[in-house]
Design a binder for this molecule. Structure first.
Ligand code: ARG
Length: 460
């Protein structure tokens, strides 16, 4: 009696808990349109192969359209008891078209169905992300075009190193995002594979025409191995990995914008509409957008760790663990999209303080390498020239001077080779215009690079 009472209560509450625990509807409801698109293709294929009649197909297709409408009008209540989006749609279809709905799942398993849905979804989203990233590249190139000859200090170890063009610095980011786009385009080849027809894992006894389904869904190829079809999430791992790298690029840019907008640098001002104030300190204007993007990089990298850990050691073929792939994937897609969007807009709202930038080149011996190059041009070997320039810096420091401030007499004491043409040679403008090696910061180089990028992006 006691045991029965206890057992009854336990089994009751456990069932409810497991039901809740097992359900994925809160997350995978976002796949509803991909799921319906996949089902419609499956139905068309089955009618074509006479697995179902054309009348049945017509009714299923109309019904699926109706279900889509109902979901979009919030007329379908999602509940844990129907577990996931696939069961919800099938259940709703039954309510719309009656018993014929029971034929929809012929020759299909939720295992190949969910693999298809995620691929349909991710194919679309990857294309959108490629467009968004190209949009941000345009913002970078436009800013480079508008500030072509602005000079700033280039840094290594966050110490002033050599003068560079601000536009050259921006174009470094253009290159990073170009690689991101390439990676997403390459990944698209692996996303663009049609897995439906693998069924649970072994294929099916029905005469499915997988090639026809592929064509209806506009996939590039059909998957070759049914076991792999239902267990492969490489494309998800790849996508999140590429997204992590893109976010890391944004985080590096964020860090620079945050530094540059500080009073210490004052290289840029981000407009009021893209900054926020402080509730206590009236003078504050904070670069929240850049900070938040930097912070969100952490969650995308976290998503990568999640998906990699999730897939590690999973035996063939489908395992329920894989249901957990969607949350990190959707979050990554949403995060990368909004970060790219907000950055593109923020870039139109950044003011560049070119005087501050170029003035920052005046202090810190940024032309010391050029003094060494000057001595090389007078016949000294580079190592010896480096030593003389080093002594010049050490001497100038004791006098509180920069290299341009040393008198010719002082230079003569350092090396007889130095003449009065040294001053022009080590001027900031000269240090830039002489850096003509391909890919360097020389004025012409950068102009060409910006022009090429603008052409590639279809900008004027
Ligand atoms: N909700 C499941 C997922 O997202 C769908 C596949 C379920 N398959 C199964 N055999 N229980 O992975």
């Amino acid at each position: 009696m006691n045991e029965k009472l206890w057992g009854g209560r336990f089994s009751q509450s456990t069932d409810e808990l497991v039901e809740k625990f097992n359900a994925s509807i809160d997350v995978d409801k976002h796949l509803y349109d991909s799921d319906i698109e996949g089902s419609i293709a499956h139905v068309k294929m089955m009618a074509r192969e006479s697995i179902i009649t054309q009348d049945e197909a017509d009714s299923l297709i109309a019904g699926l359209g109706k279900v889509k409408e109902k979901i979009e009008n919030n007329e379908i209540e999602f509940s844990a008891s129907l577990e996931d989006i696939h069961m919800h749609i099938e259940d709703a279809l039954g309510k719309v078209v009656g018993d014929v709905a029971k034929k929809l799942h012929t020759g299909r398993s939720r295992n190949d169905q969910v693999a298809l849905d995620v691929r349909i979804y991710l194919k679309k989203e990857t294309k959108i992300i490629i467009e968004l990233l190209a949009g941000f590249q345009k913002a970078l190139v436009r800013m480079a075009q508008n500030h072509l000859d602005v000079i700033m200090p280039g840094y290594t170890h966050l110490q002033r190193a050599q003068p560079i063009l601000f536009s050259h610095h921006l174009m470094a980011y253009y290159e990073m995002f170009k690689r991101d786009i390439e990676r997403f385009k390459d990944c698209l080849k692996r996303i663009d594979v049609m897995p439906l027809g693998a069924a649970a894992l072994a294929g099916t006894t029905y005469p499915l025409n997988r090639e026809f389904t592929r064509e209806v869904l506009a996939f590039s190829k059909v998957s070759d191995n049914s076991i792999d079809s239902v267990s492969d999430r490489d494309f998800v791992m790849e996508f999140i990995s590429h997204a992590s790298i893109a976010m890391i690029h944004f985080s590096r840019l964020s860090e620079e914008l945050i530094l540059w907008s500080s009073s210490e640098f004052s290289f840029i001002t981000i407009s009021d509409s893209f900054t926020t104030g402080s509730s206590i300190m009236p003078q504050k204007k904070n670069p929240d957008v850049a900070e938040l993007v930097r912070g969100k990089t952490g969650r995308v990298v976290g998503n990568l760790v999640t998906i990699l850990t999730l897939m590690k050691s999973l035996p063939m073929a489908y395992n329920k663990d894989m249901q957990e792939d969607k949350e990190p994937l959707f979050d990554t897609v949403d995060t990368l999209k909004i970060c790219t969007d907000v950055y593109t807009r923020m870039f139109e709202n950044i003011k560049i303080h070119k005087e501050r930038m170029v003035n920052a080149c005046a202090l810190g011996f940024l032309n010391a390498t050029d003094l060494a190059d000057y001595l090389v041009s007078k016949g000294l070997a580079f190592r010896q020239a480096h030593a003389v320039a080093g002594r010049a810096v050490a001497y100038a420091l004791t006098k509180g001077k920069e290299l341009n401030d040393l008198t010719l007499e002082e230079y003569k004491d350092l090396s007889e080779l130095i003449e009065k043409d040294v001053y022009k040679f080590i001027s900031i403008h000269e240090t830039i215009s002489r850096r003509i090696s391909y890919g360097g910061t020389g004025f012409d180089n950068v102009k060409q690079a910006v022009k090429k990028a603008a052409g590639a992006l279809g900008l004027k």
